[in-house]
Design a protein around this ligand. Structure first.
Ligand SMILES: [Fe+2]
Length: 207
């Protein structure tokens, strides 16, 4: 009798039936298989929207998603690299805006999924598809940082307004609501907070 069987019998006498299979406890790593859904397709859900409507909303939302992910990263870059007399306030402001953008990213991506689509997720796919100009790796002055952020916000606002109108005309009210109440309002507010930093007001002596 093998030692393992002896151990099994000894154990079963003490604690009742016992099946020891070390293979079950071993993680099955390195697994691969075919995708269960191809990017760009719709896995139709019973949401009372046609597949055509879902596809159109998903395409627009995915563009807004990759641009919002790029804007989020631009905020983090500037949060880390900001310099000058306004370092502290901008360091905090950039991170606050970044947090709000990150929250919206999750909402946009999950809206795409709830329409039966597939959201972009990985950095390489974001880089390939964003409409926002890539900044240099190096550090830039505050007015340049803010100008880049404003340009990115404006691209997203243009896309979001067009997508919101289209979603409303297609009867996709959920997407319209997310775009109007979430994306558009948040971006408009952040544009205001940023743009006011580029007004050249006297700091000490009135002109
Ligand atoms: Fe930080």
């Amino acid at each position: 009798m093998k030692t393992r069987n002896k151990a099994r019998i000894a154990h079963s006498k003490l604690n009742g039936p016992f099946h020891y299979n070390p293979a079950l406890a071993r993680p099955r790593t390195g697994q691969r298989a075919a995708e269960i859904q191809t990017f760009g397709t719709i896995a139709k859900l019973p949401n009372a929207l046609s597949e055509t409507v879902c596809r159109q909303s998903v395409e627009r939302l995915n563009q807004i998603l990759v641009d919002t992910m790029t804007l989020r990263d631009l905020y983090k870059k500037h949060h880390w690299q900001v310099a000058g007399a306004t370092f502290y306030q901008l360091h905090l402001l950039f991170d606050k805006h970044q947090d709000a953008q990150a929250e919206m990213i999750d909402q946009i991506a999950e809206r795409i999924q709830s329409l039966g689509g597939l959201s972009y997720a990985m950095a390489a796919d974001v880089a390939e598809n964003t409409n926002i100009t890539r900044p240099p790796k190096g550090r830039e002055e505050v007015p340049v940082q803010i100008s880049r952020l404003l340009a990115a916000h404006e691209i997203i606002l243009q896309e979001a307004r067009a997508a919101a109108r289209k979603a409303a005309s297609l009867g996709d009210d959920g997407t319209n609501d997310l775009l109007v109440s979430g994306v558009i309002r948040t971006n408009e507010l952040q544009v205001w907070f940023l743009a006011e930093h580029l007004v050249d007001t006297p700091q000490v002596i009135a002109q």
